[in-house]
Design a protein around this ligand. Structure first.
Ligand code: GDP
Length: 461
């Protein structure tokens, strides 16, 4: 996977019909590929001026005109991969792009189909971007809401990478102090070791790392979405609420209790925040085997969610079973109570006052009332961690684990310097911490970790 000497090619646009499709070629043979399959109106290969769009025709290996195209040649190093890149824009649609790609691949044994994310892998291996930025490319592509997009664009632009480089720099300064002390330790007139200066550097780094680790809950939500499970007794309007939230008919709504027997997951955009809403089978005791499986799944979904929406029927009194279930769930999960069917004359809120700390939103799913307020509460919960640091959060588990490892080493170094004074042990810890930070940015990152990251990408990116 890590070979760089051949030339790779892929269709960079999604399959299906569209205005245009782009076939991307990167590597030493990019210009030769262009000359081999592109012809201007005179029949000669067009002059591919760097970074100019050139109108020409693409020909198949046996000379048949495939399509009218625009070709853009970007010689190294000013290209996405830092290699020679040729992008051919043809008409959208499966046949044209596929025929252009085939013609590209026919230009020599050194031209092959790119694997998932291989263009970005090359940009990383050639040092144009670091690993955090490469991951951000995938996350920008996958972003479903502007909130998520803005964070990942900042990561792509280098916001987290700069912080990590700053930490590495502080650790290097601390190490220089410690190591110059160790170098002279054998001599009589040892210069005083400025512990205070080193501790201040380490404090700064540890505080910064703690802040970033604290931002992960928010960052994870921004990347993966807040998991919200809708629970409640059958027929209270759970599916109707989901449909309103998703603004489309996705869940089956029925007047017969127990219709939603499986969990249904819908990804929604809650006023800019990515949210997975899981509609569950009604929570009730049942003898029907299939429904019982649904109820079990509902309980599991409830336990895995970040936030539970417990829905009540505003047209009737709460049952003691419902109150008890709510109390139990509120002890282990963050819960939002929804009194639906407010057109039928609202459950008095006092009924829920026995369950402490539960916010209440009133809705009418059948008429769409209260849905925006509900989405606002969910959005605020998704962005709840935002105020913690104010700067870009850690969005991936890999980031959090690597920063945690680095922090653990920094903490051990602080303890050593504050106590026993085995300064060389503190220095090894700081080298370790720098190693973890390097890994975060992709220095010495094992191939299997790289494989895992790039295999998430789509072909052509
Ligand atoms: P679920 O079993 O909890 O998922 O409930 P459904 O969404 O399937 O709804 C059950 C019944 O309640 C259906 O007949 C809906 O049309 C009705 N319903 C849902 N929301 C409201 C509401 O706000 N007001 C009224 N009057 N009926 C509603």
């Amino acid at each position: 996977m890590l070979a760089l000497d051949d030339t790779i090619a892929a269709i960079a646009t999604p399959p299906g019909q569209g205005g245009i499709a782009i076939v991307r070629v990167s590597g030493p043979a990019a210009a030769r590929v262009g000359e081999g399959l592109l012809k201007s109106s005179s029949g000669a290969p067009p002059t591919l001026l760097p970074r100019h769009a050139v109108f020409c025709r693409a020909h198949s290996a046996d000379g048949v005109v495939i399509d009218e195209v625009l070709a853009v040649y970007m010689p190294a190093p000013a290209s996405y991969t830092r290699e020679d890149v040729l992008e051919i824009q043809c008409h959208g649609g499966h046949a044209s792009a596929r025929a252009v790609l085939d013609a590209v691949l026919a230009q020599g044994a050194d031209v092959r189909t790119a694997g998932p994310g291989e263009f970005t892998l090359r940009a990383f291996l050639r040092g144009r971007i670091d690993l955090v930025q490469a991951e951000a490319v995938a996350d920008v592509i996958n972003a479903e809401t502007t909130g998520s997009l803005v964070i990942h664009e900042a990561l792509l632009e280098g916001a987290l990478s700069r912080t990590v480089v700053q930490w590495q720099e502080r650790l290097r300064e601390a190490l220089m102090q410690i190591e110059s002390y160790l170098d002279f330790a054998a001599e009589d007139d040892i210069p005083d070791f400025d512990t205070g200066f080193v501790q201040a550097l380490l404090d700064e780094v540890a505080d910064g790392m703690n802040d970033k680790i604290g931002s992960y809950a928010w960052g994870r939500t921004a990347r993966d979405g807040l998991r919200v499970a809708i629970v409640g007794a059958p027929n209270v309007g759970k599916s109707s609420l989901l449909n309103r939230m998703a603004e489309e008919e996705r869940a089956i709504v029925s007047a017969t209790p127990g219709t939603t027997r499986d969990t249904i997951e819908v990804r929604i955009n809650a006023l800019g925040a990515p949210v997975h809403v899981i509609d569950t089978a009604g929570l009730r005791e049942t003898v029907d085997e299939i429904e019982r499986e649904g109820v079990d799944r509902a309980r599991r979904a409830a336990l895995g969610a970040d936030l539970l929406l417990i829905v009540f029927d505003g047209g009737r009194e709460l049952t003691s079973e419902e109150l008890e279930e709510t109390r139990k769930l509120a002890e282990i999960k963050e819960v939002l109570a929804i009194i639906n069917k407010d057109d039928l004359g609202q459950i008095p809120r006092e009924n829920l006052s026995g369950v402490s700390g539960v916010d209440i939103v009133t809705t009418c799913a059948s008429e769409g009332r209260g849905i925006t307020s509900l989405l606002e509460v969910i959005r605020d919960r998704a962005w709840a961690g935002e105020s913690v640091t104010g700067s870009e959060p850690l969005t991936r588990l890999r980031h959090r684990e690597t920063v945690e490892n680095a922090l653990a080493s920094v903490e051990r170094a602080r303890t050593i310097l504050g106590g026993t004074g085995y300064v060389d042990a503190a220095a090894s810890e700081l080298h370790l911490a720098r190693g973890f930070l390097g890994e975060l940015l992709g220095d010495g990152t094992p191939d299997e970790v790289l494989d895992g990251i790039f295999s998430e990408f789509c072909i052509g990116k």
